[in-house]
Design a protein around this ligand. Structure first.
Ligand code: 6GU
Length: 236
């Protein structure tokens, strides 16, 4: 898989992809992440990439030319499955979308800045608009890092233990059960007895119960109105 990210502040993305799972996946040749500075495509003599908005609003708007030229150049090199615009007014990101994107080949992400990008870019070259939650970040870079991380960890081989990604919170519409490691007793607090025995059927049953009760307590919205169903109406 290959992920290209177009950014006005590429330095913001120096860190997130060099270590941990995404860093290792890159070193292992499972994924490539390429961050590009949009200014590289600006034909303006000061390398400007924004302009004042029509209609006299405060703030600046990212201009068409550098963005469209950047996307055209990258698209001439390879076909992208999606051209994603990271923006607070996009569709709120969910695990199901991450799962689908992890099965694609090439993704292009565009990070928004200032007041946003000229609407005509959104109507022509963007195939999907994503937000990572109902709050405003200074730019789309940190959101792109979140999205890329969530995607890459699902690509086969990125996580040593493939089964681990499948047991993440949200993968079955529920929060994950609590986890414990040694010591078996700490400051008088004991690890649940069932986990210390070797009865795997019992342990699985306990984990299912815990996942359901934690979800009911902490995120009842995930269960929908109908207890025992997730928000897509499937039995859990
Ligand atoms: Cl994708 N961008 C910005 N600027 N703020 C956000 C966001 C994206 N998602 C949530 N807040």
């Amino acid at each position: 898989m290959r992920i290209d990210i177009l950014s006005a502040v590429p330095a913001l993305l120096d860190g997130p992809f060099s270590t941990s799972i995404v860093g290792r996946a890159q070193k292992a040749g499972i994924v490539e992440v390429h961050v590009h500075d949009i200014r590289k495509w600006s034909t303006n003599k000061h390398k400007k990439i924004d302009d004042t908005p029509y209609g006299g609003e405060a703030g600046m708007v990212m201009a068409i030319q550098p963005i469209v030229d950047a996307i055209a150049e990258l698209q001439a090199e390879r076909k992208y499955d999606e051209v994603i615009f990271l923006t607070p007014d996009g569709a709120r990101l969910e695990q199901s979308v991450v799962n689908a994107l992890s099965m694609t080949g090439n993704l292009l992400m565009l990070c928004g800045h200032y007041k946003g990008i000229d609407q005509r870019i959104r109507e022509t070259v963007i195939t999907r608009e994503i937000s990572i939650g109902d709050y405003v970040l200074s730019g789309g870079e940190l959101a792109a890092a979140v999205l890329a991380d969530a995607i890459v960890r699902l690509v086969p081989g990125a996580i040593g233990d493939g089964a681990s990604a499948l047991s993440d919170s949200f993968q079955d519409g529920l929060l994950a059960p609590p986890v414990y490691t040694r010591p078996a007793e700490w400051n008088g607090l004991k690890v649940p007895e069932v986990l210390l025995g070797g009865d795997h059927a019992k342990i699985e049953c306990w984990k299912d119960e815990q996942a359901l009760s934690r979800t009911m307590r902490l995120r009842p919205d995930l269960l929908g109105e109908d207890l025992g169903k997730n928000k897509d109406g499937e039995d859990v």
